[in-house]
Write a protein that binds this ligand. Structure first.
Ligand SMILES: [Zn+2]
Length: 441
């Protein structure tokens, strides 16, 4: 192994800002851009490291995290009984799975590390739109910095490039790009197209990152108003795109679209596509991955299961064995692109689509938007699809909804899909099995 690989490995294990608690924030503020570039560089080397080296780094990081959590948090302190540095994997596997229910059941203070400075803490609540189960937690601003550096690397941003985060509440320490959000429900489509184009021009945007549904909507509007804008890259998060939608976005912006698997809890990219588009490369520099079966036991290699991640970088509120609510399986063969980090194949994300009678799939978000636009606020949604072309939507409204309004919304939806989808809306008091949004037979 050459000097630079060794150095990169060392920087991944010991990021230059570990122990930054002791540094005045003002100094960190000045240094953040340099730190971002150091992180980005080490991440770019990490992708090409041999599996044994990755394992060595992961083992070290896991040991450090478990020890830190044992010593600094009530919750993990009560669960980790032995010295985790001896055998981090064994210690990890002895721990229970952390799910959203556990987070909601307990007071946040039991998960929070003592002595974490206020400036590093970021209280975040997820909307729960992709998981159907909102959750509140503390993000670590230094973690956002690391995630930002990984994102910049994934986009291959160069000097002079400008990234726009479109409709994406994403909490980077300092966004290395423009934040721009549009409320699709509040403006007419011509204004949205015009305003967005203005920002793209004014800020000389070269790359865009946003939720798949928003980017797709924007592309659809640009097509409608015959607006052309050339970008160098588009990344979408939230839902994986169906091929037809990806093609549309690529035609409008004249660039490649990459799917990125990210989550708010993670603070950034968990996995991402490369040019080969054959699975998503897993971010093993910042996360320890487990694929577990229904008994929370390790699934056989290549088998599908629940994705459970341990986040190495959040020191404010460690996430250990966190069940993120998605399903997948891991490809172990090396990718043709040359990267050595393993690839993930999503299984769970497909469940976020609803099949029309003719086999075409639409993201369930389009149906939630549709219903949301014509009803009072709704707390929870659940979709049940037993066969293509028919869906039952269970909703838990926040205020009372009349049955007359429900049947009106149902019939408007049915008219909208012109026989390709029959929508039956039901009101429920509570939706069980909260992490499942779309249930299919
Ligand atoms: Zn690849």
């Amino acid at each position: 192994m050459n000097f630079f690989s060794k150095l990169a490995g060392h920087l991944i294990i010991h990021p230059p800002y570990r122990g930054v608690n002791a540094l005045p924030k003002a100094i960190f503020d000045v240094a953040w851009n340099t730190l971002l570039n150091i992180d980005r560089w080490s991440f770019s080397r990490f992708e090409y490291m041999e599996p044994e080296e990755t394992e060595r780094i992961q083992r070290k990081k896991l040991g450090v995290l478990l020890k830190f959590s044992q010593e600094n948090t009530k919750y993990w302190g009560s669960l980790i009984k032995t010295d985790p540095a001896k055998n981090p994997y064994l210690t990890l596997r002895s721990l229970p799975i952390l799910d959203r229910e556990t987070l909601k059941r307990n007071d946040l203070s039991v998960f929070e590390a003592s002595h974490s400075p206020v400036w590093r803490k970021n209280r975040i609540s997820t909307s729960g739109t992709s998981t159907n189960s909102p959750v509140v937690f503390y993000g670590d601003k230094l973690n956002f910095l690391r995630m930002e550096s990984a994102m910049l690397h994934i986009f291959r941003l160069k000097n002079g490039d400008n990234l726009m985060r479109f409709n994406l509440e994403f909490p980077p320490y300092r966004p290395a790009g423009t934040l721009f959000s549009v409320n699709f429900a509040m403006q007419n489509s011509a204004n949205i197209a015009k305003n967005t184009l203005n920002v793209l021009n004014k800020k000389k945007i070269s790359h865009m990152l946003g939720p798949a549904s928003s980017v797709l909507k924007l592309a659809t509007l640009f097509r409608k108003y015959q607006i052309k804008f050339v970008l160098s890259g588009v990344g979408v998060v939230g839902e994986s795109l169906i091929e037809a939608d990806r093609t549309l976005i690529e035609e409008i912006f004249r660039c490649r679209v990459i799917n990125i698997y990210a989550s708010k809890e993670a603070g950034g990219p968990l996995a991402y596509e490369c040019k080969k588009r054959s699975g998503w490369h897993m971010n093993t520099a910042h996360f320890f991955w487990e694929i577990l079966d229904e008994n929370n036991k390790e699934a056989a290699p290549g088998e599908e299961g629940d994705i459970v991640i341990t986040m190495f970088e959040n020191e404010v509120m460690p996430f250990i064995r966190y069940k993120i609510g998605d399903r997948g399986r891991i490809l172990t063969e090396e990718c043709f692109c040359g990267r050595k980090n393993p690839r993930l194949i999503f299984v769970g994300r497909d469940s976020q689509f609803i099949r029309l009678r003719d086999g075409y799939a639409i993201p369930f978000h389009s149906l939630t938007h549709f219903i949301r636009n014509s009803t009072p606020p709704i707390d929870q949604f659940q979709f049940l699809q037993k066969k293509p072309g028919e869906v039952t939507v269970k909703i838990v409204p926040l205020t009372e909804i009349s049955s007359a309004l429900i049947s009106k919304v149902s019939s408007t939806a049915n008219d909208h899909f012109r026989g390709r989808l029959h929508v039956n809306i039901e009101i429920a008091d509570k939706i069980p099995g909260k992490s499942v949004l779309v249930i299919k037979n």
